[in-house]
Write a protein that binds this ligand. Sequence first.
Ligand code: NAP
Length: 246
Amino acid sequence: MSKNAIITGGTRGLGEAMTLKLGEMGYNVAINYTSERSAALADALVKRLADEYCVKAVAIKADVSDYASCENLVKSALEFFGGELDVLINNAGITNNCNFIDITPEAYMRVINTNLVSMLHMSHLCLPHLVDHDSCIVNTASVGGLVGVVNQADYCAAKSGVIGLTRALAMEFAPRKVRVNAIAPGMIMTDMLRGVNQDELNALAATIPQGYIGAPSDIAGCMEYILTAPYLTGQTISPNGGFVMP
Ligand code: NAP
């Protein structure tokens, strides 16, 4: 029987690699998009998933920081899947990079709502459909949820919250056969890092014991491990080249 997954932020970066990995693993996939630009990326991914992996995929417009929008995403995905859901990947996220004196409340609340509150919304809406059959939630946290980072107070607060949410839901839903885990990536080359110039990238790489910035495939591989590890729940796995060793 085929299995079904919803992934947020599945159009670009880590999410794109995880979307393709889900297809490779045989999952039907629902992907959200927010803008016209990402609508085109989502459509291309839907086609690629069908052509390369023969799975069903759908792109649905949704801003995951908004509960009503999440409701529509989950409802549309469930209709597409015929009512069955096995996996939720909460991956959408943004950064600000602003010192904490100058940041506005609007800017830090946008990060909290997009990176943390979205995961409450999506988990709340999906869990009724995930319980009582072997299912999984995977949340994208960050090394910023494990250590402090300058100019990232909102981001670190949100990502620490993601790790707390992961543990609490894992505890509450283990008896109902839902495993909940988080991935806390270190520095990975995506649009989030593309604004950084080469000298700064070299300096960043020099701070990583393994000496290089990771690739989205490193995170997709970690997600694959989590989805196929039946005795793993409540854990945060951090592929980070040794940058943080909690
Ligand atoms: P990215 O390339 O900028 O992609 C971000 C994704 O999130 C996009 O698909 C975007 O969709 C989606 N998104 C943003 N705001 C959204 C909203 N309000 N509603 C729905 N979707 C939204 O970033 P990335 O580097 O792949 O990051 C993915 C996740 O990994 C994030 O949670 C990030 O915090 C985490 N992370 C990244 C790194 C890194 O070094 N790259 C390290 C640690 C953790 P649209 O294209 O539609 O806007």
